[in-house]
Design a protein around this ligand. Structure first.
Ligand SMILES: Nc1ncnc2c1ncn2[C@@H]1O[C@H](COP(=O)(O)OP(=O)(O)OP(=O)(O)O)[C@@H](O)[C@H]1O
Length: 288
């Protein structure tokens, strides 16, 4: 059955390795003795987006003329066309505790979609994602409520990330300071600027140390602080034997921060291995 089902993970043979996934890539050789058992299994994952609308461009001369209205009415019963985007096509791999994995690929390759599916934000159209423990997509997971104050949202967001109320209270000052929202924290969030809301969401999501952390640079708040905070978070998660995924267009960031990388092209996993080797092959393909 398609779906992200954390409970089902308990039933999995954790002695499984990369070769156990049918159709999966070649196993990755790890010299690193700190790599632990599997933390996440992606098995034949497909994600399809359905877009309502024909996708056809209307001619500029097409206006709301009576003839056109009549033609529309005369369509009687016809559905507006839907277009399907098959963004992730049968991706399979196994990630382990203590690994940091970069995801590389051209624009529109499916990197963010893959990450969102792993985070459980998009249901698989086919295939399964098994995650052991908590997972968090940095800056996105906290679903905040506009009518509640920042203070209440910090508590809700922290609880959603698996923190206890005492842990949230202990980190409250740090979150407010990092978000830079001052006394606005006591105001309803609908009174915040979009930048303030984004910073608070990001600050909440960095408060917990998840077992699987996902960072998408496309979601970066655009500043150097995001990078610094991301690197610090990656180190923290790895120290706690967690797994980190990083989507970045910076090959340097991938090789510096990740030991392993997967290369996605048109939704298909084309290479999985040590980050320097994958990045080199990907960079070569861009020159072709
Ligand atoms: N919400 C959506 N609805 C419909 N199509 C989408 C949606 N999100 C992404 N897509 C499409 O899915 C494909 C993969 O997009 P995705 O954002 O995952 O790629 P990406 O590799 O992260 O790209 P980039 O590097 O440009 O951020 C693209 O064709 C994109 O247009």
């Amino acid at each position: 059955m398609a779906g992200t089902d954390p409970r089902a993970f308990d039933e999995i043979d954790f002695e499984a390795d990369d070769t156990d996934v049918p159709g999966g890539p070649e196993p990755v050789a790890h010299d690193d003795a700190t790599i632990g058992p599997p933390s996440l299994i992606v098995d034949d994952l497909h994600i399809r987006y359905r877009i309502i609308g024909s996708g056809k461009r209307q001619a500029v001369t097409d206006g709301p003329a009576p003839g056109r209205v009549r033609r529309l009415l005369n369509r009687g019963g016809q559905h507006v066309g839907t277009t399907e985007v098959h963004a992730v096509r049968g991706v399979s791999f196994v990630a382990h505790h203590g690994e940091s994995i970069g995801i590389v690929g051209r624009n529109g390759a499916g990197k963010s979609t893959l990450l969102r599916a792993i985070a459980g934000l998009i249901p698989p159209s086919q295939g399964t994602v098994y995650v052991r423990g908590t997972s968090s997509l940095l800056g996105v997971n906290a679903a905040l409520m506009g009518q509640l104050s920042g203070e209440r949202n910090i508590m809700l967001g922290g609880l959603a990330l698996g923190l206890t109320p005492d842990q949230v209270r202990a980190r409250f000052e740090e979150i407010v300071e990092f978000a830079g929202i001052g006394d606005f924290v006591y105001m309803p969030m609908k009174a915040y600027s979009s930048g303030m809301a984004a910073r608070l969401r990001f600050a909440i999501s960095t408060a917990a140390i998840p077992d699987v952390l996902m960072i998408d640079e496309a979601l970066a708040t655009g500043d150097a602080e995001f990078r610094a905070r991301s690197s610090a978070k990656i180190r923290e998660v790895k120290e706690h034997a967690g797994t980190v995924f990083l989507v970045s267009h910076s090959n340097k960031a991938i090789t510096q921060m990740c030991d392993r990388a997967v290369w996605i092209e048109k939704g298909v996993l084309v290479m999985d291995g040590p980050s320097d080797e994958v990045v080199a092959a990907y960079a070569k393909s861009l020159k072709r």
